[in-house]
Ligand binder design. Structure first.
Ligand SMILES: [Ca+2]
Ligand SMILES: [Ca+2]
Length: 313
């Protein structure tokens, strides 16, 4: 039965696809399409147009459902190839007609043909673990964790931020609510081996304030360098924008008179008296580029919105 439907399918395909035709791969939400040739892959939510300018075109397209989705069939309809087939692979070929001159002349228009997988979301199973991180769906705040990444009790991995110093930094606000001494216990001498807020910190370094300054300065290609002076003020919105573009979350805090200030700050492994390295964007409060403050302060400097600086090579 499957063989017969493939033969029918092939007939449609062969008549349709000769030089000058287009094949459009339509991929809805729920999965992607990969091709044996690897040059005609098409991502989720994309329309990929392939010009068939070769009389010997052959490729095999396979529908790959995302976790939590299943492949149902290839879309039906007169202009769709592989229509209503439930095989995950759709073979598109015109090679069998390559030497058939009369058919070539009939079909050498600019018609467009389509293939489109139909995906269906599977019923939510609260007791399954769709992303395979050992945290059941019902408890998983981050349902699409890449396979193999360590996660906390809520199923979320540490968010990595790639910076120009060649290091990978952890998102600071994962570590909100921890005290200096709690971090010091998990990361003696700056080398972490314990667990913090549920994250396995093995392999992470608790950065010194000099490490933090070096990272900030790595955003400046030449010349201008920040120096570790407490509460030094610079007019450099470029650094703030670059850090945001890299993925750092700035946290809004309120100053004593209620103005919101956007801050990137957290504990470093320096002695507790000067353990809080921060960079505050006060330019959003006044006018753009007026004031950006960096500083190294005692722990507890900014109240409850504190994280910590960790990196790995
Ligand atoms: Ca999970
Ligand atoms: Ca997860």
């Amino acid at each position: 039965m499957m063989l017969n439907s493939f033969r029918l399918l092939s007939t449609v395909t062969l008549i349709g696809l000769l030089s000058g035709c287009f094949l459009e791969v339509i991929v809805p939400k729920g999965g992607s399409v990969v091709s044996v040739s690897q040059v005609n892959d098409c991502a989720e939510g994309s329309n990929c147009s392939i010009e068939i300018s070769d009389a010997n075109f052959t490729d095999a397209f396979t529908a790959i459902p995302n976790d939590g989705y299943e492949f149902v069939k290839w879309m039906g309809g007169s202009e769709f190839l592989c229509r209503d087939s439930t095989s995950t692979t759709c073979i598109v070929s015109n090679t069998a007609l390559a030497s058939n001159a009369s058919t070539t002349s009939i079909i050498a228009g600019d018609d467009t043909f389509y293939i489109m997988p139909v995906f269906k979301r599977l019923p939510f199973d609260p007791l399954a673990d769709d992303d395979g991180d050992t945290i059941l769906n019902i408890d998983d705040v981050c349902p699409e964790t890449p396979l193999g990444w360590p996660v906390n009790a809520y199923g979320c991995p540490i968010e990595l931020i790639f910076t120009p110093d060649g290091r990978k930094w952890a998102q600071l606000d994962h570590f909100n609510g921890l005290s200096y001494s709690e971090i010091a216990a998990a990361c003696p001498d700056g080398v972490c081996s314990g667990t913090l807020n549920g994250y396995d910190m093995a392999g992470w370094i608790w950065a010194s304030s000099q490490d933090v300054l070096d990272m900030w300065n790595s955003y400046y290609p030449t010349g201008f360098l920040l120096t570790p002076v407490p509460h030094q003020t610079f007019a450099s919105p470029t650094l703030i924008q670059a850090l945001k573009a890299s993925g750092f979350n700035f946290v809004e805090i309120k100053n004593s008179i209620g103005f919101g200030i956007y801050q990137l700050g957290g504990y470093t492994s320096d002695p507790e008296e000067t353990s809080f390295a921060h960079l505050s964007d006060v330019s959003w409060v006044f006018s753009d580029g007026v004031a950006i403050e960096i500083g190294v302060s005692p722990s507890g400097f900014s109240g409850d919105d504190e994280g910590a600086w960790f990196y790995r090579e």
